[in-house]
Write a protein that binds this ligand. Structure first.
Ligand code: ATP
Ligand code: MG
Length: 334
């Protein structure tokens, strides 16, 4: 009987895994979306270079970090050496784009990261353009490189992002977490599995290094050499989703711990001096940025939204444990 029960259990996790993999597959953008993104980028490049011949455009965020689901907006960085300030560049850029029948062109010069927003009627793609945000281009590469090491990172992160969007906890202006923060949580989680599924690239020999705004960004980027890194760990995405939510619901020490992809470990709030509220930064859930190490990606979380977040982690963990149909219930709209 015991053996039979174990067999049934194993069957369950197998079936669940197939269902999660099917969800993952359905979220992957089709190839023609990429072609459209590059078409829009080429159009923008043409317009920008007429005004600023030296300027360059880079894709960053989910369209370039391999964690983009189908129909995402694209994030573009305009790299430019000009002495005039960002707001003036943004306003001028908005002017240029407006006159080329791009739609809904808007300059948001007062945002934390000032941007121009637009929609291209030709491809139907929406796009945000920021100025000289080189750090975001570099952390985009870091995420993309981690994704190449073990396919389970992309599977887990797609499921987590899809869950966060469905449950309304991917809204930084409402005090919940950015997609970038969720992907870092997934990377850190896979670094912590035993056997580990991901290495700590910033703890290895430096093969790639750039200095951006006085921050040295250095890590091992020859990730083709790490293709077998996680192979001793046989966990499936269903098991990882279960363990991920279980960790954030019941395992994480919110009072004292900071998760750190940079070190591949948990570090203490005390050593970062993130124990007190300073200004609006409350540090109720601490996620260290891998390069801008004074930056806590959890700083947007306040005393109300931390409750929402933790209740959602608990809900997800309980569904993974008890619900007969987690693949549906997990993603029910809130
Ligand atoms: P989505 O699919 O939801 O658009 P995304 O990966 O584009 O996901 P965003 O949260 O929109 O994620 O952020 C876009 C990019 O901007 C990130 O990939 C990251 O490079 C950078 N970024 C976002 N938030 C921060 C932050 N708080 N600190 C540093 N970089 C950030
Ligand atoms: Mg984005």
């Amino acid at each position: 009987r015991m053996l039979k029960r174990q067999m049934e259990c194993r069957n369950d996790i197998h079936r669940l895994n197939a269902a999660f993999l099917a969800i993952y597959q359905s979220l992957i953008p089709p190839e023609e979306e990429r072609a459209k993104q590059y078409q829009l980028l080429a159009l923008l490049e043409k317009l920008v270079c007429k005004e600023w011949p030296e300027a360059r455009l880079y894709l960053y965020g989910s369209c370039a970090n391999s964690f983009g689901v189908s129909k995402s907006d694209i994030d573009v960085c305009l790299a430019i050496n000009e002495d005039i300030n960002k707001s003036e560049i943004l306003l001028k850029l908005a002017d240029i784009l407006q006159s080329d029948n791009l739609q809904n062109v808007q300059a948001l010069t007062r945002a934390r990261v000032p941007i121009v927003k637009l929609m291209d009627p030709g491809t139907g793609i929406s796009c945000d353009i920021c100025i000289n945000n080189v750090l975001a281009v570099v952390n985009t590469k870091l995420l993309r490189d981690y994704a190449k090491i073990d396919g389970r990172l992309r599977q887990l992160a797609f499921i987590v992002k899809h869950w966060a969007k469905s449950r309304g906890v991917n809204e930084t202006y409402q005090g919940t977490l950015s997609s970038y923060a969720y992907v870092l949580m997934c990377i850190h989680f896979l670094q912590q599995r035993r056997p580990a599924i991901l290495p700590c690239l910033q703890g290895m020999e430096t093969t790639y290094s750039v200095t951006v705004d006085d921050i040295e960004c250095a890590y091992f980027d020859q990730v083709e050499k790490l293709r077998n890194f996680g192979s001793a760990n046989k966990e499936t995405v269903a098991q990882l989703v279960w363990a991920f939510f279980n960790y954030w619901a019941y395992g994480h020490d919110y009072a004292n711990s900071v998760i750190s992809v940079r070190t591949g470990s948990i570090i203490s709030k005390r050593e970062k001096d993130w124990t007190r509220r300073i200004g609006n930064d409350r540090h109720l859930i601490c996620i260290e940025d891998p390069f801008e190490t004074s930056h806590d990606l959890g700083r947007v979380v306040d005393k109300f939204s931390i409750r929402v977040l933790r209740e959602e982690f608990e809900r997800a963990a309980d569904i993974m444990q008890y619900d007969p149909n987690p693949c549906v219930t997990l993603f029910e709209p809130y």
